[in-house]
Design a binder for this molecule. Structure first.
Ligand code: FAD
Length: 502
């Protein structure tokens, strides 16, 4: 746990304060949560009540009905989960403007300590550091992002292979440090009693009273109504049939374990075979944890660390001693996912900029930046799915309607934006804008991994050298169509495009 804790200011635990505040920002769940467990441990050690505070701002880049709905559905699950755990939960949904400005400092006036979540991208690091300066007690940011504690690697990795070698070499330590569902039973039993006591109840009543001085929207209203009252743009609209929150995340995960895992290695890439987990929005918003995923996976596989097979040499399959499906899924949810989180953590200032690409990629893209292009589209044309290519348009329509693009097609989506933009830098801008505006899993370290991978990050140089791409890996729509089982997929999104024209 120690390696997950990042101290963000110079204050110490204020023992004359009345409570420990867990400010939930990105690990939005009540289980397998390192920040929550750290806050419970501090409360137990100092015999202070704990209050959980979860908020939703209305002014962030790409705020919309789509993202807000998903987050709010999660907040409702959390309200219920903490009620069941007997831990006070207070929430604040900001209405129009900056109605929540100064709220955290007010809430923390009598706090012993604030514990929050660490997340290595988007506005979260800046928000945490600004808060750390304002509060007058210790503020700790705790990293629940993945299996590997971000601070523990001391560096980022240039390729998935080099990160796999790290994972293999550190596998026993990592297994031993995997989080359990909750803080230890004795701390919980004590906390339940403490939080039910009269002084603790008084504290949460006071915090709720303070919240009333800020203009917010009640979480008790129907979600659609809350979204309207926050004033966030109504477009992109909420995704029909895709419900956010820990409850849905569990359902999706169980379904994948039963239906997808055994087919995952061979069928994941084929859109018509639906073998992928669909978990990325839930992982992004912290509605489910990698620690739970690994615990469940190991239990299902009857796995224990003695199944690992020497040598720890970074090979893609065969080290962990799990089934083919489980190893393949592990490689995505741990190797690829955490490769990107670690990169962002160690490159907080520039993970999204063109200059953060490997030198060879910048050189080759710049050398070919002026190459003649058969097709060029503006960001608006891409956004409206108005290219000459029905396969690309299908992917863009899927993104707009469902908030996600199927994993293999998503690579093609990015590669063709590079192919048909006026320059690689313009392509980067377009990908970031479209992905982060529409994708429910956008604004995540994985977003920057995927988009930057299109431009060469975590990849190697490929031959033959081609116009526009240079030595960057190349993909074509025709190849993709031939390779994938995707007939129904293309039919569905083509029909959708035609319906829009009618
Ligand atoms: C241009 C481009 C943009 C992308 N943008 C995003 C994004 O905004 N958010 C996002 O989560 N992923 C992004 N990805 C990565 C990948 O496409 C998605 O993570 C995956 O398709 C999500 O579907 P799933 O949950 O069913 O994945 P599964 O195949 O079930 O995988 C399980 C989990 O592993 C992780 N994962 C899977 N593939 C990758 C990958 N290639 N890189 C990093 N992690 C991975 C995800 O957390 C995923 O939920 C992008 C990829 C590309 C090429």
């Amino acid at each position: 746990m120690k390696e997950r804790i990042l101290k963000r200011n110079q204050h110490e635990f204020n023992s004359s304060g009345g409570f420990v505040l867990y400010w939930m920002t990105s690990a939005r769940r009540a289980t397998y949560n390192a920040g929550l467990q750290c806050a419970v441990a501090a409360a137990y050690k100092h015999q202070k009540p704990l209050v959980v505070f979860e908020a939703l701002r209305s002014q962030y880049e790409h705020a919309s009905a789509r993202h807000h709905t998903f987050i709010l559905q999660g907040m409702k699950d959390n309200r219920d989960a903490f009620a069941a755990l007997g831990i006070p939960y207070v929430s604040f949904v900001e209405s129009e403007g900056h109605s929540g400005s100064g709220l955290l400092s007010q809430l923390c006036q009598d706090a012993c300590m604030v514990v929050t979540d660490w997340f290595p991208c988007f506005f979260i690091p800046k928000m945490i550091d600004a808060a750390a300066k304002k509060v007058e007690c210790a503020l700790l940011a705790v990293d629940s992002c993945g299996w590997v504690a971000l601070n523990s690697t001391e560096r980022s990795f240039p390729t998935a292979h080099s990160f796999r070698r790290y994972l293999h070499k550190n596998a026993h330590r990592l297994c031993a440090n995997t989080l359990s569902k909750h803080a230890p039973d004795e701390a919980h039993a004590w906390l339940r009693k403490e939080c039910a006591s009269e002084p603790a109840q008084k504290i949460s009543a006071e915090l709720n009273e303070k919240l009333r001085h800020f203009k917010g929207v009640s979480l008790e209203l129907p979600t659609e109504e809350i979204v309207k009252k926050t004033g966030v743009p109504s477009s992109p609209r909420a995704v029909e049939g895709c419900v956010g929150g820990a409850h849905e995340a569990q359902k999706q995960w169980r379904h994948f374990l039963e239906e997808g895992l055994s087919r995952y290695a061979s069928e994941r890439s084929h859109p018509d075979l639906s073998a992928a987990s669909g978990l990325s929005p839930y992982l992004h918003y912290g509605h489910i944890s990698t620690h739970q995923i690994l615990n469940d996976l190991w239990e299902r596989e009857g796995w224990s660390p003695d199944r690992m097979m020497e040598p720890p040499n970074g090979r893609r399959a065969g080290f962990w001693g799990m089934s083919e499906g489980a190893e393949s899924f592990f490689d995505e949810v741990v190797t690829w996912r955490e490769l990107g989180h670690i990169f962002c953590h160690y490159h907080l200032e520039n993970y999204a900029s063109f200059d953060s690409l490997p030198e060879w990629a910048i050189r080759t893209l710049d050398e070919h930046s002026g190459d003649e292009r058969e097709y060029t589209y503006t960001c608006e044309e891409f956004e409206q799915a108005q290219t000459h290519d029905p396969i690309w348009n299908a992917a863009q329509r899927e993104l707009i309607e469902t908030g996600i693009i199927q994993n293999y097609i998503r690579m093609l989506w990015g590669k063709k934006i590079l192919h048909w933009s006026s320059s690689p830098r313009e392509a980067l801008k377009t990908m970031l804008y479209l992905n982060n505006k529409y994708a429910l899993d956008g604004r995540d370290p994985n977003s920057y991994s995927g988009i930057m991978w299109v431009l060469g990050r975590f990849d190697r140089a490929w031959g033959p050298e081609r116009p526009i791409f240079g030595k960057i890996r190349y993909m074509t729509s025709a190849q993709t169509k031939r390779k994938l089982k995707a007939k129904q997929y293309f039919e569905r999104w083509e029909a959708h495009g035609q319906a829009r024209l009618l």
